[in-house]
Design a protein around this ligand. Structure first.
Ligand code: PRE
Length: 350
């Protein structure tokens, strides 16, 4: 399968690596980005000629004009899909520019460069089937499944509603905290801050057009932000009004509704252990995958170099074990076994 990637920004580049990892060949065109020579082409006609699939990975605001530039070079045997973080507007642009003549489908991979670099799983993709091209969604599904993704089918409108309340609000809160000077450079923070810290980091490393797209190009984001601001304002006012005495009966809206589920601290040890083991195994799977990636991208090492690198790695793990109150010898044995787990793509150990 030959894939044409229009746009080689943060997401295009990350998708390129995933394609290579999955054994899918791609060519890319982007006048503003550096593309590895073996994948680079210098014009749109050269890019799409002979490609089965054309992936448009450009900022949402540029989608329509890029589709117009592409249109004269496309044929009805090709499939065009976008990867924008919002769906209503890109789908409108696809329908307007490609219509019923060139098969197209809107898609949104719910992952990005950061989650791919960390080998996070599962990789989910929302696909928005469209009646103009009934088989396009199945073709897009087959493509993403080849990359190891799980598929969720949704209308563009439902997708954007959900994203307005998740993606857009998360970034909104993080941006507010950054602008208020509440960042990551704090000397200490409670556990509950961790998830937010990652979002703040994501917003900070964002190219800027992502934030603009999920807020401004999603027709439901403005209302979601307003609802959140109203709710926050009400909480703030309640807090200001509430009497300070601990026994005050009027806690009103402060009371967070209790759920039927038992709070985490009361759950059985066994359940916690199971959850921890699951997390451990998913970490192990990610480690194996990253090691496989490193094997493929790194230069071939001589046996001496490889052994020296392994010894240094084990020494570091022994030191960490000591810091964590674990047995350094046992830890070393554990890591020696881990390093022997098959992780090369040909199934040999390394
Ligand atoms: O993994 C990353 O790098 C991301 O930031 C992924 C992320 C996000 O979670 O905000 C970014 C944009 C996409 O539309 C979906 C996911």
């Amino acid at each position: 399968m030959q894939v044409a990637l229009v746009g080689f920004g943060r997401f295009g580049r990350a998708l390129g690596s995933l394609l290579v990892e999955s054994g899918v060949d791609y060519r890319a065109f982007d006048p503003f980005a550096e593309i590895p020579e073996s994948h680079r082409v210098s014009s749109l006609p050269a890019l799409v000629s002979g490609a089965e699939l054309v992936v448009v990975a450009v900022p949402v605001s540029r989608m329509r004009s890029v589709l117009r530039d592409l249109r004269p070079h496309l044929t009805p045997s090709q499939l065009v899909l976008d990867v924008g973080s919002v769906k209503v507007k890109p789908v409108e642009a696809l329908a307007e520019v490609l219509g019923s003549e060139i098969p197209w489908v809107g898609t949104h991979p719910l992952f990005g460069p950061l989650s791919l670099a960390m080998a996070e799983r599962p990789l989910r993709v929302v696909i928005c089937p469209n009646p103009q091209h009934p088989s396009a969604a199945a073709r897009a599904r087959a493509f993403y499944e080849r990359l190891g993704c799980e598929i969720v089918e949704q209308t563009a409108e439902n997708h954007d509603r959900v994203m307005a309340h998740t993606h857009a609000l998360t970034f909104f809160v993080a941006k507010g905290m950054i602008d208020a000077g509440i960042g990551l450079d704090v000397p200490f923070a409670p556990a509950s801050f961790k998830a937010l810290a990652r979002t703040i980091e994501t917003v900070r490393s964002d190219a800027g057009h992502l934030f603009a797209a999920i807020q401004r190009e999603n027709p439901f984001s403005s209302e979601a932000r307003r609802e959140l601001l109203t709710a926050l304002q009400a909480v703030h006012e309640d807090l200001e009004r509430l009497p300070l005495e601990a026994a005050a009966p009027d806690t009103g809206r402060m009371a967070i509704p209790t759920s039927e589920v038992r709070p985490p601290e009361q759950t059985e040890y066994r359940t916690h252990l199971e959850q921890l083991d699951r997390e451990l195994m998913s970490l192990l799977a990610r480690r194996i995958q990253l090691a496989r990636r490193a094997d493929r991208s790194g230069p071939l090492e001589g046996q001496g170099e490889e052994a020296a690198r392994e010894e240094a790695l084990l020494a570091q793990r022994r030191a960490w074990a000591a810091e964590l109150g674990l047995d350094p010898e046992e830890t070393e044995v554990f890591f020696r076994n881990l390093l022997r787990l098959p992780h090369r793509s040909d199934g040999t150990s390394g």
